[in-house]
Write a protein that binds this ligand. Structure first.
Ligand SMILES: Nc1ncnc2c1ncn2[C@@H]1O[C@H](COP(=O)(O)OP(=O)(O)OP(=O)(O)O)[C@@H](O)[C@H]1O
Ligand SMILES: Cc1ncsc1CCO
Ligand SMILES: [Mg+2]
Length: 266
């Protein structure tokens, strides 16, 4: 896949406005990671204004981490506004598989809105693909079967690019796949590295015509930054701080040197 290791430089030049409707746990981290990669964050989930805010934005993130019925309706309205404007929508189906409400909501959003990137952990994606998985709260505990096949099935069913995070990140549009082995185990020691990944994906998709290639650039950049942050860190809290610093300082040429990406066709 012909992906651009230096796409972060385009993000910085364009400073895309990324509208988030997201959870109350990691919202501040999502705003800051958007800034660190060169985008501009805005969080707006009031039903009175959400769609208007989307119309000003260059990408929309929908994250169901602390969902409620009213927020889901707002997400649908904002999603439709994004589709009308033609900007990418990133869906993070947090906790799909843990409760019926989360699973059904994620499917409803996929059915009602044209999603560009569906990003979750293995348990969340396997659940949406109709596979057997165990999701405990927001964590993926167990997946039966081949995650690449399940991700490709979800990609074809909803005509989206699917991103499965974990020790290695998998990206597939149902015909192409890429696997990124950057990142660091410390990413699993703080909450929200998945949510922040969605913000980075949205900022990169906003400046690229091909969401699949943009996703490779985004997660390679995020993973390389995490490796650099880990070198400065003494534990979870200092890692979190160092991650913002490392992504803000990251050069495209460093991504070109350090990215570890395998790819192929399904
Ligand atoms: N052991 C690991 N080695 C390298 N990278 C990792 C590891 N664990 C997680 N990551 C990275 O951390 C990020 C989040 O992935 P993860 O699958 O943990 O998301 P998540 O479960 O949705 O997280 P959260 O719910 O806390 O936001 C991804 O970018 C992934 O590559
Ligand atoms: C811990 C947690 N609970 C709901 S959302 C969230 C953030 C990580 O997904
Ligand atoms: Mg998550």
């Amino acid at each position: 896949m012909d992906w651009n290791p230096e796409l972060i430089e385009e993000v910085r030049k364009n400073r895309p406005l990324v509208h988030h409707i997201t959870n109350v746990v990691t919202v501040n981290d999502c705003a800051n990671i958007t800034l660190s990669c060169g985008g501009a964050p805005v969080m707006a989930d009031a039903p009175e204004e959400a769609a208007d805010m989307t119309r000003l934005a260059s990408a929309l993130v929908l994250n169901i981490g602390t969902l409620n019925a009213d927020q889901v309706e707002t997400m649908i309205r904002a999603g439709k506004a994004a589709n009308e404007k033609g900007i990418p929508v990133v869906l993070d189906p947090v906790g799909a598989g843990a409760t019926t409400f989360r699973t059904e909501t994620a499917k409803r959003l996929l059915d009602r809105i044209r999603i560009c990137l569906l990003k979750g952990n293995a348990g969340e994606i396997a659940t949406l693909a109709g596979g057997s998985a165990q999701v405990r709260g927001v964590d993926s505990e167990r997946v039966e079967g081949e995650i690449r096949a399940l991700a490709a099935k979800a990609a074809r069913e909803w005509d989206v690019t699917v991103v499965v995070t974990g020790k290695r990140d998998l990206i597939t549009d149902g015909s192409r796949w890429a696997e990124i082995s950057n990142g660091h185990p410390l990413m699993g020691s703080i909450t929200g590295t998945g949510c922040m990944g969605a913000s980075v994906l949205a900022a990169f998709a906003a400046v690229s015509p091909d969401p699949t290639r943009a996703a490779v650039s985004a997660l390679a950049s995020y993973g390389v930054a995490a490796e650099q942050a880990a070198m400065q860190a003494n534990g979870p809290a200092s890692f979190r701080t160092a991650l913002f610093d490392a992504l803000a300082a990251l050069k495209g040429e460093t991504v070109r040197e350090r990215a570890r990406v395998d790819e192929g066709r399904l």
